[in-house]
Design a protein around this ligand. Structure first.
Ligand SMILES: Cc1ncc(COP(=O)(O)O)c(C=O)c1O
Length: 380
């Protein structure tokens, strides 16, 4: 009998990995499934990015191992992007690390900073990977509440009351997934002060700042941020390149080089053509963001209509790639999503996937065409 490692006992297969198998089965049985569950952009990446990827295949070193730190031109372009879009100045040599998606960054950061038994502050609701990676490393997630009444921001006095002795990392993520809530200047100042006061590494996971958001913010633009913060970012949603797997880590040399020590032992560089394409994407002008958001704007109006027809309510000020909708009182998220899947063949995500504070909510993705969303409205 070959047993799996003990660390797997507390970690389940990722919700979507399981649920999408079930949805695929329904599809195979002929059910006309509409998938509003997952945030995988269906729009095209920047045309030039795809062209450069194709053309790069003939380059001399295209198929060799690549640098662990990524091409210098890619790091340079990431630094330019941060300067242009967030007014944050980064050294391309020492403060930037390209990643194969920000999801892998969550593991690498955790491996670089956590010892067995350490504690990690994880948002509830929040992206499930923060807690599963924490558990895989035999550290302990400490869930901090985000509540609608507080605009899904942490309650700082409640945070201060926690036993913070072994807390090494705190994950934050604004614009927040799944709720779409945005943070303001005061929040960033407070969270940096909190990190400094308790020696906690604050990691801002920032993949949604360009989606339906007029004011993209990087935590690194705030005073003293580099002393205690790292930021993850991603091309997945910003440039419709989720399957390319390109993300980035930004922060001080000390923190970034610690993560590089882990990462350079785990992969052998990112495929050359993908890096070349990513460079082109990062150069996109503001026109790119305008046209992307005009599509999401129209889709969101339709999703609001769908949510209305299901008697749900939502915040029209939210940002990001999802509509986070509140169910009528006393209705359970999973019962509701299972019912809608069964009766209307529409798949959406129950809020409980993101933690107990997601009970009573569902998440609709904007990654479906207007025609598909209209069809969903017609079915309901
Ligand atoms: C909050 C959050 N962080 C990270 C990721 C991972 O993104 P990437 O494609 O860059 O790995 C996602 C993806 O859905 C996300 O919602």
């Amino acid at each position: 009998m070959i047993e799996v490692a003990k660390r797997l006992q507390n970690v389940e297969e990722y919700y979507f990995s399981k649920k999408l198998r079930e949805v695929a089965l329904l599809k195979a049985q002929g059910k006309p499934i509409i998938n509003l569950g997952i945030g995988s952009p269906d729009l095209e990446p920047p045309f030039k990015a795809s062209m450069v990827l194709q053309d790069s295949l003939a380059d001399e070193k295209a198929h060799q191992y690549q640098s662990y730190q990524g091409l210098p031109e890619l790091r340079e372009e990431i630094a330019n992007f941060y300067c242009r879009q967030y007014n944050v100045h980064l050294s391309a040599q020492t403060e930037v690390l390209p990643l194969m998606g920000s999801k892998e960054g969550i593991m690498h950061i955790s491996m670089a900073f956590l010892n067995k038994g350490d504690k990690v502050l994880v948002p509830n609701p929040g992206y499930p990977t923060y807690s599963s990676v924490t558990k895989l490393l035999e550290a302990k997630p400490i869930y901090y509440d985000l509540k609608e009444a507080n605009n899904w921001q942490p309650d700082f006095s409640a945070l201060e009351r926690l036993d913070l002795k072994r807390v090494k990392i705190m994950w934050i993520n604004y614009p927040h997934m799944p709720t779409g809530s945005k943070a303001d200047n005061k929040f960033y100042d407070k969270i940096i002060a909190f990190g400094k006061r308790h020696d906690i590494l604050i990691v801002n996971d920032n993949p949604y700042s360009f989606i339906l958001n007029n004011n993209p913010i990087s935590i690194l633009r705030y005073q003293d941020a580099k002393e205690v913060c790292l930021e993850l970012n991603s091309l997945s949603k910003t440039f419709n390149m989720a399957g390319w797997r390109v993300g980035m880590l930004a922060g001080s040399y000390d923190f970034v080089s610690a993560v590089l020590r882990v990462k350079s032992n785990m992969d052998s560089g990112m495929f050359y053509g993908i890096q070349k394409g990513a460079i082109e994407a990062l150069k996109c002008s503001d026109m790119w963001f305008q046209s992307l958001n005009s599509v999401y704007h129209t889709r969101r109006e339709l999703i609001w209509e769908l949510a209305d027809s299901l008697n749900c309510t939502y915040d029209k000020e939210a940002a990001g790639l999802f509509v986070w909708a509140k169910l009528p009182p006393h209705i359970k998220s999973e019962e509701f999503t299972d019912m809608v899947l069964k009766e209307h063949s529409i798949f959406m995500t129950p809020g409980t996937v993101f933690g107990s504070n997601g009970e009573g909510y569902v998440r609709f993705s904007l990654c479906a065409t207007e025609e598909i969303i209209k069809e969903a409205i017609a079915r309901v």
